[in-house]
Structures are given as C-alpha cells and as structure tokens.
Design a protein around this ligand. Structure first.
Ligand SMILES: [Fe+2]
Length: 311
C-alpha cells in the first residue's frame, strides 16, 4: 500500500468528509469533552448517549456547545439514579424529552428503539419467566409502598433505572425498528442477556448498540457472534463512539473516522503510526488492520493513547 503522508490525511479529511447520520457515545460519566469534540469534528445529524450520563450540570447546559449542531438523544444507565443530582441533571434537563427508554423514535431516517437501565433481580430477573417478576410495572411496585417509603411520591430513585417487564413488552409491541440502543449487553457478552437478543430479533433491527461495560466490541468482527445473526451488535467504550451507517474503508486506506482520530492523536505523526508494524497487532500495521476489518481495534488503541495509555 502506498504510504499516506500527513498532508494527504488532512487533505483527504477535508475533501472526503461526509457527516455520519448517527453517532452512539459510550457512557460519559460526567465527561462530555470527547462528545463535544467528536460532534464538532464530524457533525452528525443526531447522537445517542448510551447511558451513565451523570451530568454535573443539567445535560442541556453541559452540551450547550453542540445543541445547535446535532439532535441529541439518550437512554439512562444504572448510575443515572445514583444521586439526586445525577437524576435531576438528566430527567430535569431541557433534554429530558429526548429519553428513548421504552419507545421507538425516528431519528436521522432510522427507527431507533431504546431500552435504558439495567436488570435488577428485585424487580425482574430476565433468566426467569416474565410472569415471575416481583413487579410487572413501576406502578405495581409503587402501590405496595407506604407513602413514607416513596421517593418523590413514587418508587425509589434507584429503581427508576431498573427495567420493568411492562416497559420491555411495550417496546416489543412498538416494533419494527431499524436500530436498538440498550445499556445492557446482548448475550454474546459475558454479562449479557438473552432477552436483549430476543428484543433485537423481534424488533427486526439491523443494528444493536450498548454501553455499560466500557468496551468497544464488534461482536461479529471479533467472532463472538456469527454472521448468521440477523443484526450487527456493538459495544461502545466510555469516551468512544460508533458511527452509523458504518464508515466503510475507501480504496486502499483506512476509513475517514480512523484517519481523523489518528490525526487528532498524533498530528503530523499520524501517517508514521498508521504505517508502522505494531507488536500488539502481531506485526500488522494499524492501517492494514483498519482496512481488513479491525477498524474498531485501531480506534480503541488510538483512544487509549489519547487518554494517556501506552499502546
Ligand atoms: Fe452502567
């Protein structure tokens, strides 16, 4: 392959840049710098935050720099009910209406289904039949509570990020959809759940994306799911993102977002890093790996370096 020189990277970046329709961001946990930087750089039509948002100020204040650049959506994660501030800065934000949990919304031309929160066995252990769940709905749980046991006259703050069977079933009945975003993972993940796979299949999605586990995973690319699975599945790491539709590699070079990220991390040395065989890649160059189906692994390495890791 003809080596790219850094000026080629910049020229290509400017010339061939095409805005992605959708970007999915891994759990921010209060840090929105990388979300803002990526949106400013790539200008997607819309973004979805995959939970554990934990904004220190109301979310619309944190994301003010990109409020007019893109459409912002989210699902909540388990940590979004850790404190009153976590809860209020999300559910009390001007962006609260952009919560996708339990519904399907058309975003950037895709029908996106959302299931936020996590499974908690005190509500519903999805390894057991649904009718054995302790509570079918938050209303059913609330009715069992005395007024002094309630939080803001409802169920406890913690369980406002628990998945109730009626929410899952409502989403199932709302299909079909093109994309499923969840905080929990599908069963190919060691801590994943079969009901997430079943939801994706029954909704007929082509893509399932999750957060929570702080790992970038391309389940088919890493051999954890077969190509016979009717949907592609990805995990997205904290501080990372997935673009959709996938930015397929151009002829002879890595995809645009890999080039952008390498340029952002290494500046003028991006070409040297991309074209140098790497021992962590069994002697392959990051550029070759990115072209041959390993773009997510190259992205993960670049992000680790960006955060001060030695790779
Ligand atoms: Fe989480």
């Amino acid at each position: 392959m003809k080596p790219l020189i850094s000026s080629d990277l910049h020229a290509r970046s400017e010339r061939e840049r095409s805005a992605p329709k959708l970007m999915f961001f891994g759990d921010p946990h209060g840090n929105f710098d990388l979300v803002i930087a990526a949106v400013e750089r790539l200008q997607p039509e819309a973004i979805v935050l995959l939970g554990d948002i934990q904004a220190c100020r109301p979310l619309h204040v944190e994301l003010r720099p990109i409020m007019d650049l893109t459409e912002i959506w989210f699902i909540p994660g388990n940590h979004d009910t850790d404190s009153d501030a976590d809860y209020d800065n999300l559910w009390g934000s001007e962006l609260a209406t952009r919560n996708l949990h339990g519904r399907i919304v058309e975003i950037a031309g895709f029908k996106v289904a959302g299931l936020g929160g996590i499974f908690r066995s005190k509500i519903w252990d999805p390894r057991r039949p649904m009718d054995e769940a302790a509570f079918q709905s938050s209303d059913a749980m609330r009715r069992t509570m005395k007024s002094h046991e309630r939080w803001r006259d409802g169920i406890s703050r913690k369980h406002r990020s628990s998945i109730f069977p009626d929410e899952y079933q409502r989403l199932l009945r709302s299909g079909p959809a093109d994309i499923l975003v969840t905080h929990e993972a599908p069963t190919a993940h060691p801590h994943g759940w079969k009901v997430i796979d079943e939801l994706a299949e029954k909704l007929g999605v082509e893509l399932a994306v999750h957060g929570h586990h702080h790992q970038n995973i391309d389940y088919v690319g890493e051999g954890l799911m077969t190509t016979a699975t009717p949907f592609r599945a990805f995990g997205v790491e904290m501080g990372s993102h997935l673009t959709w539709p996938r930015d397929e590699p151009g002829p002879g070079g890595p995809s645009q977002d890999v080039l952008d990220l390498a340029t952002q991390v290494f500046g003028a040395a991006a070409q040297a890093w991309l074209d140098k065989p790497h021992e962590r890649l069994d002697g392959q160059t990051p550029a070759t790996l990115a072209v041959e189906g390993g773009a997510d692994r190259v992205r993960s390495m670049l992000i680790a370096i960006q955060h001060g890791g030695v790779v």
